[in-house]
Design a protein around this ligand. Structure first.
Ligand code: RB5
Length: 155
């Protein structure tokens, strides 16, 4: 059973990522995280990823969850939607290095996965690398992020 004290990880998927989401949730619990599921709650081939990705992204931006995992068929749509929300730094992850380096250098707080692209074993590795990584926060990293943040000041 997950404990309330475990770090909350927001997770969501449309129909293209539903199966992978359902596999990742117990994996998170086994690794002492508490998955917070933003849907979909059932496999529905007519659902739309923004309906799940936007609420998840807002929760990440508000700090209601530690980090987020958004899954659609390719991961592309989820990534586009997530990055429209201010203070979300999302990337589509398809290999191990970027899963942690994206946090270390770019303070990535949400990963997107392709449920039709990435197999379960690789997804597990990427998720763990992402969740264990820490932002290094070197002056150059902060400087670059501020340049991106300025774009959001118009919102
Ligand atoms: C839905 O069929 C599919 O287009 C969606 O899951 C995703 O791949 C979008 O990027």
């Amino acid at each position: 059973m997950p404990k309330e004290s475990h770090k909350k990880i927001g997770i969501c998927a449309d129909h293209g990522g539903f199966e992978l989401k359902e596999k990742i949730k117990p994996f998170l619990i086994e690794n002492q995280f508490l998955p917070i599921d933003f849907g979909a709650n059932v496999l529905d081939n007519t659902d739309d990823y923004p309906d799940f990705v936007i609420p998840l992204s807002k929760a990440v931006a508000a700090g209601e969850v530690f980090r987020g995992i958004a899954i659609c068929g390719s991961g592309v749509g989820a990534c586009i939607a997530a990055n429209k929300v201010s203070d979300v730094r999302a990337a589509l992850i398809t290999e191990h290095f970027s899963a942690h380096q994206g946090v270390e250098d770019d303070d990535m707080n949400l990963i997107c996965l392709g449920g039709r692209i990435t197999g379960y074993a690789s997804a597990e590795e990427f998720v763990m690398a992402f969740l264990k990584a820490k932002f290094i926060g070197a002056e150059r990293h902060v400087r670059r992020l501020r340049k991106i943040q300025k774009l959001e000041e118009r919102d």
